[in-house]
Structures are given as structure tokens and as C-alpha cells.
Design a protein around this ligand. Structure first.
Ligand code: HEC
Length: 333
């Protein structure tokens, strides 16, 4: 890869793709049952490699059966997961080219808290007690949910009205733009709605015959400061990911699983780029460029908008090995 032009001008740890087929070594077949012994339809069965850096996931058919071919071998963790049940995790010793049988039985949650904690953010978000839904919820979606979900374990911690006002001010520092009345309405509903008590909800992953034929493969890259914003498939069928936390362009070859990383050329800006000093979250915007979005033009060049350095950068894979030259640092406009 070569940075050929730059013009003046925004634990994510996993890149995922759905594979139709993959050349693989071992096969696991079996059934997932509910605690009552009924077939679990649409359960996710995930095989983790021994280092827990890669995973293969398939979904069970209506009779609870699954089959997964995987290139992983050794002591592999296999997890069955279905909404409404506790995960079932077993360790299977799988040799290369081996066919193994594995039956898993989901468990009941040990407590109402465990059942509540396993729900998605939307289950909590949907219960927010809006005084005027038609007026205030669209503003909440446009000013809060456009950036991140609200209702997960991090964002539903109980806070007083005043504490929520402080959180909302922090979010304004990240460029949320609620009006003063909207802020008061948000602080009101959030302080009443997120009270720390467990909730009960029925959720479904949407089991279907199509899903039972799908396979998802995931690769883990980077570290705790890695924040892959965009992931695009380029013309070379590789997956490119912009890491805002480290100013890195990750390149994954889904066929071989090989992962390359390219450091963007340094720029004379502090950590956080031109937004340094604002209330930016540590570990999210810790780069200087903050590579955000990507698009590939017909000539093969990949264009990146650098959110923190306010530059537009382009990247070109000209020869192998691909090394970014960094010879022409981006020029801010
Ligand atoms: C521009 C993007 C953006 C918008 C818009 C935004 N947030 Fe956030 N929010 C973040 C980021 C990034 C974090 C992580 C902060 C950190 O790691 O310190 C965060 C964290 C949070 C947290 C976790 C607690 C904390 O203080 O870090 C809560 C709660 C939260 N946001 C609520 C909201 C609400 C309510 C709104 C709507 C007013 C909102 N956010 C709008 C980006 C945003």
C-alpha cells in the first residue's frame, strides 16, 4: 500500500463476514435443546479457536440440529446461545480433519437479574417512560441514538436528574445538540426509566430456514484502544477497517484469515487531533487522524475521511509488500 496523495480536507474489535462456504478441517455436528428437551430453533452455535481470536457461528435448524465446519483444532470452546436462556458452553477436543458429535442443552437463568442482564439495550430503551413520546422520542433518537445505543449495561446505570444533566453536557462536548427543553426531558425520562431494577422481556433472533444455512466468521484485531469505525470490502475482496484509536488501516483477507495493518503517516497534531482538549473519550478518539469513513474509487484508490485531523487521505495498493510511505503528509485546509 502506498499513500500516493493527500489533500486537505471522522472491543470495535471484530470484523465479520458471512461466508457461503469455507475450506476447513474439522466438523462438529449436533443438536441444541432447551432445558425442557425441546429442539432449540435459531440458536447460535459458536466455535472459538484455542486462542479465542477467531470464531465461527452457525444457527440451528427447526429440529435443533447444526453442523459447522471449522479450520480450528485443539481444545475449542463451543457456545450455544438463544434469547431467553443461559448460554451453554462446553470445551470440545477436536483434532484436524476430525468429525465430532456435540449435543448441547441450554440452561435456565439462575436469577431474574441474570435474565434481565442478558437482554439487549433495546429492551430497556423501549420501556423509557416518555411523558410526550411523539414530541421527545424523535429528538432522543436523533441526538443520542445516532451515535450509540442507550439501555445497555454502561448507559443504563441509575443516575439522578442532576447526574443525567452532567452526562448530557458531556455528550454535548461530543457534539450532541439537544435543545435546553429536550435536555430536561431526557434527564427526566432517563432518571425515572433506568432505576437499576431487572426487567422481563421476550426477545427473538428471528429463526428462519435461511438463517440455519448461514455461517458467520469473526476475526479479532487490535487492542482495547482499537476502534474500527468503517469496514468496507474493496475490489480485491479484502476487508478494510479504519481504526480511529490508533490511526491504523487494518486489512483482512477473509479467504486466508491473514491480517495486515498499516499505520497512517504521522501528523504534527496532538492526540485527539484538532479536537484535542475537548471532552473526548479516552480510548475512542485516541488517534491524531481518527480515520473514519472510506470509499473506493474506480481507479482502486481508497479515500478516507480523517475526522480528528480534518484531512482527506487516499491509499493505494500499488505493490507488495504494501508499505505506506508517509512521504506526503496530509495538509489540513
Ligand atoms: C457524537 C456521538 C455521541 C452522541 C451524539 C451521544 N453520545 Fe453518549 N457517548 C458517546 C461516547 C463516545 C461515549 C463513551 C464515553 C467514554 O468512553 O468516556 C458515550 C457514553 C455515554 C454514556 C456512558 C456514561 C458516560 O458518561 O460515559 C451515556 C449514559 C451516554 N453516552 C448517554 C448519551 C445520551 C443520553 C445522549 C443524547 C443526548 C448521547 N449519549 C449522545 C458518544 C455520543
Amino acid at each position: 500500500m502506498k499513500i500516493i496523495c493527500s489533500l486537505g480536507g471522522a472491543s470495535a474489535l471484530l470484523a465479520a463476514t458471512i461466508l457461503a462456504n469455507s475450506a476447513s478441517a474439522a466438523s462438529l455436528v449436533g443438536t441444541v435443546l432447551t432445558p425442557a428437551g425441546a429442539p432449540a430453533y435459531g440458536a447460535m452455535v459458536t466455535v472459538f479457536d484455542a486462542a479465542k481470536e477467531k470464531r465461527d457461528t452457525v444457527y440451528t435448524a427447526a429440529d435443533g440440529s447444526f453442523a459447522v465446519r471449522t479450520e480450528f483444532g485443539g481444545a475449542l470452546s463451543v457456545r450455544a446461545r438463544l434469547a431467553g436462556f443461559e448460554d451453554s458452553i462446553v470445551v470440545a477436543n477436536v483434532g484436524p480433519s476430525e468429525n465430532s458429535r456435540l449435543d448441547l442443552t441450554l440452561k435456565h437463568f439462575a436469577s431474574v437479574d441474570d435474565a434481565s442482564d442478558a437482554l439487549s439495550a433495546s429492551a430497556f430503551n423501549a420501556r423509557l417512560p416518555w411523558k410526550d413520546v411523539a414530541r421527545d422520542r424523535p429528538a432522543f433518537i436523533s441526538q443520542c441514538n445516532y451515535c450509540h445505543q442507550i439501555g445497555n449495561a454502561t448507559t443504563r446505570i441509575p443516575q439522578s436528574h442532576q447526574e443525567w444533566m452532567t452526562t448530557l453536557e458531556k455528550m454535548e462536548g461530543m457534539l450532541a445538540m439537544p435543545s435546553a427543553p429536550q435536555k430536561a426531558a431526557f434527564a427526566d425520562v432517563l432518571s425515572r426509566g433506568f432505576d437499576g431494577k431487572p426487567i422481563a422481556a421476550k426477545q427473538s433472533y428471528g429463526a428462519s430456514p435461511e438463517l440455519a444455512r448461514a455461517k458467520v466468521r469473526e476475526w479479532e484485531v487490535g487492542d482495547a484502544d482499537t476502534f474500527i469505525h468503517d469496514a468496507d470490502v474493496a475490489k480485491d475482496q479484502k476487508i478494510y477497517g479504519t481504526d480511529e484509536g490508533h490511526d491504523i488501516l487494518w486489512v483482512l483477507d477473509p479467504k486466508s484469515g491473514a491480517i495486515e495493518k498499516y499505520q497512517l503517516p504521522d501528523i504534527d497534531l496532538p492526540r485527539g487531533g484538532i479536537f484535542s482538549g475537548m471532552k473526548l473519550p479516552i480510548g475512542v478518539f485516541s488517534g491524531k487522524h481518527g480515520p473514519h469513513s472510506m470509499a473506493q474509487t474506480r481507479d482502486g484508490r481508497i479515500w478516507i475521511t480523517n475526522a480528528l485531523s480534518s484531512t482527506l487521505m487516499c491509499v493505494f495498493r500499488r505493490s507488495r509488500p504494501c508499505i505506506p510511505t508517509g512521504s506526503r503528509p496530509p495538509v489540513p485546509i
